[in-house]
Design a protein around this ligand. Sequence first.
Ligand code: C5P
Length: 309
Amino acid sequence: MTSAPLVPAPVTVRVPAKVNLELLVGPRRPDGYHALSTVFQAVSLYDDVTVAAAEDWGVTVSGPLAAGVPENGDNLALRAARLVETHFDIDPVHIAIRKGIPVAGGMAGGSADAAATLVALDHLWDLDLDREELEDLASELGSDVPFLIAGGTAMGSGRGELLAPVLARGTYHWVFALAEGGLSTPAVYAECDRLRADEDVPDPVPTAALVSALRTGDPHELAAQLSNDLQAASLSLRPDLAEVLAAGMEYGALGGIVSGSGPTTAFLVENNEAGIDLAVALTASGVVRDVRRASGPVHGAHVIHQRTD
Ligand code: C5P
């Protein structure tokens, strides 16, 4: 006779990175955040997050991009688990993160791990969270976390956490140039405020042109509409990125922007072959340390595996 397992089998959730196709930054709000209007796209660079019942709360990080990610209570994935613990009667878990998303790179890697942890805990402990409960927990953890659960292409408002779907046709191909070191998101927003100190910054309003471009499915149309209000601030803090952006365009990208707060740069290309060519050219140029090819939109955080042995 076999008895029911006392502990549930570990759950692995795969979660994508994001790129902001449009990032309009409005004035700083009284709570310190900035009013945003953004269009997110989830792209096929992934972290895999495995959550397992354990004696004590903990987190470990592995993979070639793991350097610099905290393995303690500062890790946003562990903070996500502890937040769930304040709402539900759950036992401790160990979280194992395998990083494929650049760290502190403007692609929401930390937020992605938090999103994955919420989805994994829901599955592991049968919490039966509905979409709204998941989104509420997600937005407590960070402005980008709800989008990493949703995935696809979506418009974000508020501080980025309020989502509305966007109709996007086709698949877009990207080359991401990884940069040495990371950038602190608060530091980039602060630099943005400093650079605009003498300006009257309006409330951000999404542009119809980007939404129309996404309906065509034509990467040329989309490339012409890519924009990022944080780019000037990222370049101010990291002037070396200007050379990377110029190299990407020189070697055939249709469009290039700093991804979110940077320092990763994102290049939109015509198709998969153009992506391979650009990745090779950027690497050979010596201007870029490391590149990743990806496509989007892809699904948000989703369970890929539950061990059954
Ligand atoms: O929401 P999240 O914790 O990811 O944001 C990190 C930091 O980025 C915030 O502490 C804030 O400094 C800045 N931020 C902002 N306005 C936003 C989103 C983030 O100023 N809409």
